[in-house]
Write a new protein. Structure first.
Length: 137
C-alpha cells in the first residue's frame, strides 16, 4: 500500500507542477465563470466550484506533503552520508531530529567556527603579503 501511495503521490505532484495542468485549471475556472449567466449564478453553480476546489485542495495537501517528506528524508540521508564519509564532523549527522533550540546552538557553533577560520585566514594572508612586500627604497 505504501509503495503504491508513494508512486501515486509522486505522479500527481509531478503532474500538478506542470504548466499544462495550471493552464487546464485556469481554463476550467474561466469556463465555470463564463457559464454563470447561463445558470443564473445559482447556488448550485457556486457549489460546483466550491466543492470541487475544496476536494482537490484537501487531497493535494496529503499528496504533496508525502512527496516533500520523502524528498526531505532522501536529501537528509545524502547529507548524512557526505558528512560521515567526508571531512565534516560526524556530530552533525542526525541533527534534524533535535529541537529548534539545539539546532540553533549548532548553528551558533558553526558561525563561531567560521569567524575563527576567517580571522585565521586573514592573519595568514596578512603575513604572506608582508613577506612578499618589497622593502621601501
Amino acid at each position: 500500500m505504501e509503495k503504491w501511495f508513494n508512486r501515486a503521490a509522486t505522479a500527481v505532484a509531478t503532474a500538478a507542477g506542470k504548466p499544462t495542468v495550471f493552464v487546464v485549471g485556469v481554463s476550467l475556472v474561466l469556463i465555470w465563470a463564463v457559464s454563470g449567466p447561463f445558470f443564473g449564478f445559482s447556488e448550485t453553480w457556486q457549489l460546483i466550484i466550491n466543492t470541487s476546489t475544496t476536494i482537490i485542495t484537501f487531497l493535494m495537501v496529503f499528496l504533496i506533503q508525502n512527496t516533500q517528506n520523502r524528498d526531505g528524508a532522501a536529501i537528509q540521508a545524502k547529507l548524512d552520508e557526505l558528512i560521515r564519509s567526508g571531512a565534516g564532523l560526524n556530530k552533525f549527522v542526525g541533527i534534524e531530529k533535535l529541537t529548534q533550540t539545539e539546532v540553533e546552538a549548532f548553528h551558533d557553533q558553526c558561525e563561531a567556527a567560521a569567524k575563527q577560520a576567517e580571522a585565521a585566514q586573514a592573519k595568514v594572508a596578512k603575513n604572506v603579503a608582508r613577506k612578499h612586500a618589497k622593502p621601501a627604497t
